[in-house]
Design a protein around this ligand. Structure first.
Ligand SMILES: [Zn+2]
Length: 229
C-alpha cells in the first residue's frame, strides 16, 4: 500500500490504482476493475481518508481494468472524473473501447479480455490533455501518451523531484528496464509516446502492470528512447 513517495499509495489488483494524498484532498489515478473499488476505499480508510475527501478521479485510459471502479467511486465521492477527449466516448459508453494493441499482435489472447467485465458507462466531467488548461490540482500535470489507446494519458506529480503515473504506456522490469509491455506493440504512436515521456524529469515512475522505478526513473525511459533511435 505505502510507496516510497510520501502521500502516494498503491492499490494492487488486476491493475494498480494509485491514491495521491495532498493538502487539497485526494486524487485517484485509475480505479481498477469493476466491483473491486472496495480495495481503494479500504486503503483510503487506512490512511484516515474517505471517499468524501476525493477531489478528483483521474483516468489514464478507457480500459475496464482502469475505469472499472469509477462509476461506483464517483457515486460515493461525488468527485469529478477526468479523462482525455479521445478516450471519453468509450468511457461514456458512446463508443466501443479500443482494445490494447496486443490483440492485433497476438489474437489468440483475445478470449482473455472476456474475463474482465465491462465498465459501467460514466460521465466524464473534465477533458484533459497536455495543452489544455486543467482543473486538476496544480501539482498534477497531464502528458499525452497515445498508442495503448487513442487517448491514453500519463500524469506527472510535482513531488519528490517528479513522480510519473505511467498507466499502460509502458512497464518496468525488476532490473529497472523500461519496456513497452506485452499489452503494447511497437507502433509509431506507442514509441513516440515513450520518447515523449523520456523528455520529462522524474525520479519515480509508477506503472499499472509492473513494479515501480525509483531513483532517476526518467533515465530508464531515456535509455529505452535511445535504443529506439
Ligand atoms: Zn489498458
Amino acid at each position: 500500500m505505502e510507496t516510497n513517495v510520501p502521500g502516494v499509495y498503491a492499490v494492487t489488483g488486476y491493475s494498480k490504482s494509485y491514491i495521491i494524498d495532498g493538502d487539497q484532498g485526494v486524487v485517484l489515478i485509475d480505479t481498477g476493475i469493476p466491483k473491486r473499488h472496495g480495495a481503494i476505499i479500504e486503503v483510503l480508510s487506512r490512511i484516515g481518508r474517505s471517499p468524501a475527501n476525493v477531489r478528483a478521479i483521474a483516468i489514464t485510459h478507457s480500459h475496464a481494468d482502469h475505469v472499472g471502479g469509477a462509476a461506483a467511486l464517483k457515486l460515493e465521492s461525488k468527485a469529478p472524473l477526468f479523462a482525455s477527449g479521445a478516450d471519453a466516448p468509450a468511457i461514456r459508453g458512446e463508443a466501443p473501447t479500443v482494445p490494447p494493441p496486443v490483440f492485433d499482435r497476438m489474437p489468440f489472447l483475445k478470449p482473455l479480455s472476456r474475463f474482465i467485465p465491462g465498465a459501467e458507462p460514466i460521465t466524464v466531467d473534465h477533458l484533459v490533455g497536455e495543452t489544455e488548461p486543467s482543473a486538476l490540482p496544480a501539482d498534477l500535470r497531464v502528458i499525452d501518451t497515445p498508442g495503448h489507446t487513442p487517448g491514453h494519458v500519463s500524469y506527472l506529480l510535482d513531488r519528490n523531484n517528479g513522480v510519473l503515473f505511467v498507466g499502460d504506456a509502458a512497464v518496468a522490469t525488476k532490473k529497472g528496464v523500461v519496456k513497452r509491455g506485452v499489452f503494447n506493440a511497437p507502433t509509431p504512436s506507442i514509441d513516440a509516446s515513450l520518447r515523449h515521456l523520456a523528455e520529462f524529469d522524474f525520479d519515480v515512475a509508477f506503472f499499472a502492470h509492473s513494479v515501480s522505478l525509483s531513483g532517476s526513473a526518467a533515465a530508464a525511459f531515456r535509455r529505452f528512447a535511445a535504443r529506439l533511435g
